[in-house]
Every structure is written in structure tokens, then in C-alpha cells.
Design a protein. Structure first.
Length: 466
């Protein structure tokens, strides 16, 4: 037994020596070879540019009480303009070259509103740039310089196939520190960011250091290909940066160059998530979907036969999970594209086919604030019958219903997002004509679904009364 143990120890010793020798060989090769990050930085940096923008907003030197005084303007006439001065304001961001002709991809917020755009290459040469196209929806823009040298172009990769945990490299100009290289991993995919100036679904999240000035710069995989456009950060956190997937840019770059904007399909509906309360009130069996709150006049939805109250459960064969997913699906289609919908109406499933229009913008105006009216204590609403004066005051299109004149603080109505100036059309699928009918429809239910009109559009909301 003693000999066996001795031989076993000797064998283990030789095995350990072999492992160490192999490790030394591997480590020696690694230290001798160039770091792949170095290779990426060398090859990609010449394609990354610094973008300087300058705007000249009008700013008055006149004291505030007189600045917008029409009497003051009338008294001074043309001399009033002499009291204004133009103050240049500068900003800085990043971008990267995507064509040998000098086209550069960056963020829309980097160049939006700029009077002058200057691009600086890695060799220090500067060029004036012009905007070819902008897309505020996905915060992307294409600018162009008239090049007089050969340009290095970055190859676009496939952001759909990149995995969480893969290494990525960010190159940009944070705080004006040109061609700064940072390294991290893909922390997550399909992040949703909703803020005052950013409203996007599908961000790539990375812990590669991103700071102000990185906006518009590339996020590069280990093959040296662009997988994202660095766009947003959470300023009070560390390692939380967000990039637009490059596949999104691929889809729209052609439109930006050819049309100056992105041509997107529009269905012409206002939708909201299917809630448990709505499903119970309207006897809907589907677990996910979106509810059509309003159908715009002369829209693709109206022509296809969609109606208010329809629940859309499938779009082009794919399950509709929520508003974000459905809106993203429609936005991904071009004008004239066919959208096949399966909707639930009156407890029955029907198929509807719509041919999409081109997306257009709609102005939203906030209703003026008023108080008064009869109070419905249970839900916290002060409401009045619709009159010609109220219809004019709140710009209401409907002909019947109750106008919300006030909302009680911390009430169920306030929690549900109901506002002064809203027109109550229905409760749980039944029309309301006066306060007593509204009261009776909300007495027996712990939750009620209200159909409201606001700013010319109708939508549903659930009120949890108890």
C-alpha cells in the first residue's frame, strides 16, 4: 500500500508539471501576440470621426417683462430687433464613416437643429458636413462630407446574432477626448428607454464606458464590425450605456439618403394594452393583445374596417403582446405594405387586412384647465353635461357624453389618468348621458372601463374604484 501511494504521488507530480508547462506555453503565446482590442482600435479608429456642431439661436437681451410685450414692439417697430443678439452655442458628438463617398452615421440628437456641422477625421483634417437625412424616431442621422482623400469605412455587422456576454469595443469622443477606446460586454438586449428626449424599444445595453460625446460612435464586436450606435446613458449610474442595434440603422439608411427621412407605414389607430379589467368588462378571452381606443378618419384602419373596442391579438401571424411590440411591428413596415390582423370583436375572432398609409405627424394640444360641475364622489370626478360652450372650450368632437370638469386629489380617477376636459362617452360598454347614469354604472363594480375622448381622440382606461 505504501508503494502504491508513493507511485501515485510521483504520477501526480508529473501531471502537475505537464499542466504548468502547457500553461506557460499558452501564456507565453498570449503575451507575445497582439491583443485583439489593439487590432480593432487600430483598424476602426480611422473611420470614427469627431462631430462639432454650432447653432445660433435668437436670444433677447431685453428684460423679460418687455420681451413679448406687443405694445413695446409696436412702439419701437423695426428697432426692436436691435435689442436681440445671436449667441453661438456649440456641441460635440461622434460618428463613423459608412461609405467611401463620405456618408457618416450618427445620432439625430447630435446634429438636430445645428446651423453648422464640422467633421474632424482621425488625421486631424476637418470638413464641413451637410445633413442628408434624419430620423427622430430612432435617433439616427446621415451626414456627408465632400472628401478629398480615401476614407476608411466601418463594416456593419449583425446585431440580431450578438449574444449577451460578448465583448464589444466603443470608440468615440467623450467630453472632447478624441478617439477614446473603451471595452465591455453586451449586458442585455431589447432594453426599453422612455425619457423626455428618448423613446425607444430594443436598445443594446453595454458596460463599455460611454459618456457625453460618445453619442453616435460605433459599438464594435470582436470581428471589427459595428453592432450598435452608442446613444444613451444613465448619468447617475456606472456601466449602463445603451446603443441602437445596427440592424435598425441598416433598414432606414437608404430612406434617409434618398428621401431625407424614413418612410414608415401608418395604420391609423390609437391602441392600449389589454388589461384584466377590460377583458372582464368586455368578455374577452385573450390574455394578451392591444385594444383599439380610436380609429382615425380616412386611415388605413378605417378603410380596412377596424372599429373602436376591437382587440388585436395577431399581426402578420405573430402574437401581439403589448403596445410597444405592436407599434414596433407597424413601424417596421413601409407605406403600402399589407398588415394582416386577427381581432376579437363581440366575442368573435375576425380577420382584417389593411394596406398601410405613410406615417404623418399629428399635433397635440393640451386642454385648458377648469373646475366645477357635479361631483361623483366614488370615482373622484366632477362632471357636467356637454354644452356648446364646453365643446368649444375643450375642442371636443363628440356630440354626447359628460365633460370632466375636475378631478379629486388621490382619487381613483386621478390614478387612472383621467384629466379635466376629457369627455366620458361610455362606461363598461354602455353610453352615459348624465351623472345619474354614470353613477349607476360605477356603483356595482370594483373596477370600471371608461371610454374617453381627449384632444379629438378616444381611448379606454380602467378605474379601480375600491
Amino acid at each position: 500500500m505504501v508503494r502504491v501511494k508513493k507511485y501515485a504521488k510521483v504520477s501526480m507530480l508529473w501531471i502537475l508539471i505537464g499542466i504548468l508547462a502547457s500553461a506557460q506555453s499558452v501564456w507565453g503565446a498570449s503575451f507575445g501576440a497582439e491583443n485583439p482590442i489593439v487590432q480593432i482600435a487600430k483598424s476602426a479608429s480611422p473611420a470614427v470621426v469627431n462631430i462639432d456642431v454650432e447653432t445660433a439661436p435668437r436670444r433677447s437681451s431685453m428684460p423679460a417683462p418687455f420681451r413679448n410685450d406687443p405694445l413695446f414692439r409696436r412702439f419701437f417697430g423695426e428697432e426692436f430687433e436691435k435689442f436681440s443678439r445671436s449667441v453661438p452655442m456649440k456641441g460635440r458628438g461622434s460618428g463613423f464613416i459608412v461609405s467611401e463617398e463620405g456618408q457618416i452615421l450618427t445620432n439625430n440628437h447630435v446634429v438636430d437643429g445645428a446651423d453648422k456641422i464640422t467633421v474632424t477625421l482621425s488625421n486631424g483634417k476637418t470638413y464641413d458636413a451637410k445633413v442628408l437625412g434624419k430620423d427622430p424616431t430612432f435617433d439616427l442621422a446621415i451626414i456627408k462630407i465632400e472628401r478629398d482623400v480615401n476614407l476608411t469605412v466601418l463594416e456593419l455587422g449583425d446585431s440580431d446574432t450578438i449574444e449577451v456576454g460578448e465583448w464589444v469595443v466603443a470608440i468615440g469622443n467623450p467630453f472632447g477626448l478624441e478617439h477614446t477606446v473603451t471595452v465591455g460586454v453586451i449586458s442585455a438586449k431589447n432594453r426599453s428607454i422612455h425619457a423626455a428626449d428618448v423613446n425607444f424599444e430594443g436598445f443594446l445595453q453595454t458596460d463599455a464606458a460611454i459618456n457625453p460625446g460618445n453619442s453616435g460612435g460605433p459599438l464594435i464586436d470582436m470581428d471589427g464590425k459595428v453592432v450598435g450606435i452608442n446613444t444613451a446613458i444613465i448619468p447617475y449610474a456606472q456601466g449602463l450605456g445603451f446603443a441602437i442595434p445596427v440592424n435598425m440603422a441598416k433598414q432606414i439608411m437608404g430612406d434617409l439618403v434618398e428621401y431625407g427621412k424614413v418612410r414608415r407605414g401608418q395604420l391609423g389607430v390609437v391602441v392600449q394594452n389589454l388589461t384584466k379589467a377590460f377583458a372582464e368588462a368586455y368578455d374577452i378571452k385573450a390574455e394578451t393583445g392591444v385594444v383599439v381606443g380610436d380609429v382615425m378618419e380616412d386611415s388605413a384602419a378605417e378603410r380596412a374596417g377596424l372599429e373602436r373596442g376591437d382587440v388585436i391579438v395577431f399581426a402578420n401571424g405573430e402574437t401581439v403582446k403589448d403596445v410597444q411590440g405592436f407599434v414596433g411591428k407597424v413601424r417596421s413596415l413601409v407605406p403600402g405594405a399589407t398588415l394582416r390582423l386577427e381581432v376579437v370583436r363581440g366575442g368573435k375572432s375576425i380577420n382584417i387586412t389593411a394596406k398601410l398609409d405613410e406615417l404623418s405627424d399629428f399635433e397635440n394640444k393640451r386642454p385648458s384647465s377648469q373646475t366645477g360641475g357635479n361631483i361623483l364622489e366614488k370615482v373622484g370626478i366632477a362632471a357636467s353635461k356637454l354644452t356648446a360652450e364646453l365643446k368649444r372650450q375643450y375642442k371636443i368632437k363628440g356630440e354626447t357624453g359628460l365633460v370632466v370638469k375636475g378631478i379629486a386629489r388621490n382619487s381613483p380617477a386621478q390614478a387612472a389618468g383621467i384629466r379635466e376636459g376629457d369627455l366620458i362617452l361610455e362606461v363598461n360598454g354602455k353610453k352615459v348621458s348624465d351623472l345619474s347614469s354614470l353613477n349607476s354604472l360605477t356603483q356595482s363594480n370594483k373596477s370600471s372601463v371608461f371610454l374617453l375622448e381627449r384632444q379629438g381622440r378616444t381611448f379606454f382606461t380602467s378605474i379601480e374604484i375600491e
